[in-house]
Every structure is written in structure tokens, then in C-alpha cells.
Design a protein around this ligand. Structure first.
Ligand code: GH3
Ligand code: MG
Length: 315
């Protein structure tokens, strides 16, 4: 995965061929370049960097290389959450079974022996790319909310930690916006559960329409509660966005005759911000946004409250 939950393989799969001998790379390139985008690396170090930045769909990895051998490259890729799901096929002149066993134990999916047989290489690459595409698809489903199509809580929880780590490393700001539909129980009671589901879809769409940056994440956190994760966004920016969301939702004029705040569906929002240069942690930020949401409810609903970590509350 590694990037914004976009797990689905691109139209032309991307392979990475790693070998310290350029002539070996050349041979594989000629076999595969017609069908795939082929990236090349001549050392383990180069391979690791390419994997993080370019996210290949499959790696053909030479076992014996100077400096860092194929086993070590494999081990490092498997340890890194950003690269652990990329399948690895070892290419080796070694015929001894224990080498193969060790490679498979380290998480490689297959072994191909040199000298290269083009038909075998093509067939195995095709098979493993198909398996990868299937598992990418399953993984993406496991992270989606079936009703609204936005990410689910599981995805959010994992991403919150990753983004918080990044924000701390870069000393950058980061905000959460938590949102809860006002008087939603009454909405269901009056209009029925089916209409309630439609309403949640429309709320999710409003969020999608309001969040413009590619790094922003939206997730359905619970029944009628959503959360937006906004990397590199300070308090003022989050406030502005929350206001836009609030307006967008009331602007849809979804009739809600039993609401005590408006004739339409409204939402309450709570913001938590980790400011620049202040170390935060994911659960403290989550707790802050949640407390602010609670305040927004308490002070009348259809409003926004927010606060920054380590500073006093603001609204
Ligand atoms: P408040 O303004 O304080 O948030 O009141 P509320 O009625 O929105 O909050 P409450 O927590 O009392 O009720 C939430 C309701 O949301 C109850 C539950 O039946 C409904 N709900 C939760 N998930 C779904 C869902 O997936 N579909 C539908 N239609 N309703 C849901
Ligand atoms: Mg509610």
C-alpha cells in the first residue's frame, strides 16, 4: 500500500529488476519490457530506495550481490510497512535447496534459476502479478466502509499513527475533524432506516466535496460519526474546512422535521490540532477532537468547537 490507500494496481504493472550485473538486467528487460514497466537497480541499496518511492508490483531479485545480498534486501523490505506487501521472486544460479528454503522463509514468493528461460519467467511473473492484484483488491475492500464508500475505522486507526509519526518527524501541524450528525436517531425514527442510510451517504459525499488535498483522509468512524485527517493543516485551516463542511451539509437541505436546530440535517464538528513544533500523540489528538465535538453538542449542535494540543480550548 504505502500511499493514500490506493492499493489497486495500475493498468501497466511495474516490475523492479535487481542485479549487480547489468547484462543480467538487460536479459530480463528484453523478456518483460513489452508487457510491463520495468525499473532497474544494480545494488540492494538502490533497490530499497526505489521500492519506497515507486512502489513496484513485483520484484525480481538477484540473490548474490556485493555489499547487500538478496536475502538482506528481502528482509528489509518485509520489515517496512510501506514495502512489505510487494512480492519478491529470487533469481539465482544456485541450485541448492537450502538457499531456496531460506529465501521462501524470508517471505519470497518464488525462485527462478539461471540461466533464464524466458517462457518460465513470463509465466511466473504473470501468475504472481495476478495474485498481487487480487490481494490488493481484498485489502482495499477490508479498508472501505460498505455503506458510504469512504474508508473505515480500521483504515483510519492505522493511518492516524502513520501520519502522526510523519508530522512529529517533520515538526509539521496536523488536524483531525470529527463530525457527528445531529438528532440522527430522530431522523431514522421519522424517515426510516433506509432514508437514514441515504442521508449518511450524502454526508459522506459532502465530505468528499469539501476535502480537496490528496493527502487528506475521510473515514466513517462509527454509526453516524465521521472523521477527517488533515496532514500539514494547522488550526485556522482546519477551522475553515470544518466551516465549509458545515455549510455544505446544511446547503444540501436534507429535510429533517424533527431536528431542534434546523428544518434540515445538520452536523456538529470537533477539531483537534497538533501545532507545528509540538510533539503530540495520536490518542491525545483523537481525544481532543472528541472532547471538542462533545462541547459542540452540549452548546447547542450545528456548530464547531476546536482546540490545539497543549493550548487552551478555542471555539
Ligand atoms: P446527537 O445530536 O446528540 O448526536 O443525537 P443523535 O440522535 O444523532 O445520536 P444518538 O447517538 O442518540 O443516535 C445515533 C443514531 O444513529 C442511532 C442509530 O440507530 C443511528 N445509526 C447508526 N448507524 C447507522 C446506520 O448505519 N444507518 C442508519 N440509518 N442509522 C444509523
Ligand atoms: Mg448524532
Amino acid at each position: 500500500m504505502g500511499n493514500d490507500g490506493n492499493f489497486v494496481t495500475q493498468a501497466r504493472p511495474r516490475l523492479l529488476v535487481v542485479d549487480d550485473q547489468p547484462t543480467n538486467i538487460q536479459v530480463l528487460y528484453q523478456i518483460l519490457a513489452n508487457d510491463y514497466q520495468v525499473l532497474m537497480a544494480t545494488s540492494g541499496k538502490q533497490a530499497l530506495a526505489l521500492c519506497e518511492n515507486k512502489q513496484p508490483d513485483l520484484i525480481l531479485l538477484d540473490l548474490i550481490m556485493p555489499d547487500m545480498d538478496g536475502y538482506e534486501v528481502c528482509q528489509r523490505l518485509k520489515k517496512n510497512t510501506a514495502t512489505k506487501d510487494i512480492p519478491i521472486i529470487f533469481i539465482t544460479a544456485q541450485t541448492d535447496e537450502s538457499a531456496e528454503e531460506k529465501g521462501l522463509d524470508l517471505g519470497a514468493v518464488d525462485f527462478i534459476s539461471k540461466p533464464i528461460n524466458p517462457r518460465i519467467v513470463r509465466a511466473r511473473v504473470k501468475t504472481h502479478l495476478m495474485l498481487k492484484a487480487q490481494s490488493d483488491l481484498l485489502r482495499s475492500w477490508a479498508y472501505l466502509d460498505g455503506l458510504t464508500g469512504v474508508h473505515n475505522r480500521r483504515y483510519f486507526d492505522e493511518h492516524l499513527n502513520v501520519e502522526m509519526g510523519r508530522a512529529i518527524r517533520n515538526n509539521s501541524a496536523m488536524s483531525l475533524v470529527m463530525l457527528d450528525v445531529d438528532f440522527f436517531k430522530r431522523y431514522n425514527d421519522r424517515y426510516g432506516h433506509q432514508a437514514g442510510d441515504d442521508c449518511l451517504r450524502r454526508v459522506a459525499n459532502s465530505l468528499k466535496n469539501s476535502l480537496m488535498r490528496p493527502g487528506d483522509h475521510i473515514a466513517r468512524y462509527g454509526g453516524e460519526e465521521f472523521v477527517c485527517l488533515l496532514p500539514e493543516t494547522g488550526f485556522a485551516g482546519a477551522m475553515q474546512l470544518a466551516e465549509q463542511i458545515r455549510k455544505e451539509i446544511i446547503g444540501q437541505q436534507i429535510e429533517h422535521a424533527d431536528s431542534s436546530v434546523a428544518p434540515f440535517v445538520t452536523v456538529s464538528l470537533g477539531i483537534g490540532t497538533k501545532p507545528e513544533n509540538i510533539a503530540g500523540n495520536a490518542s491525545a489528538l483523537m481525544h481532543l477532537a472528541d472532547t471538542q465535538l462533545y462541547k459542540a453538542k452540549e452548546f447547542g449542535r450545528h456548530r464547531i468547537f476546536g482546540a490545539e494540543l497543549n493550548t487552551s480550548g478555542k471555539s
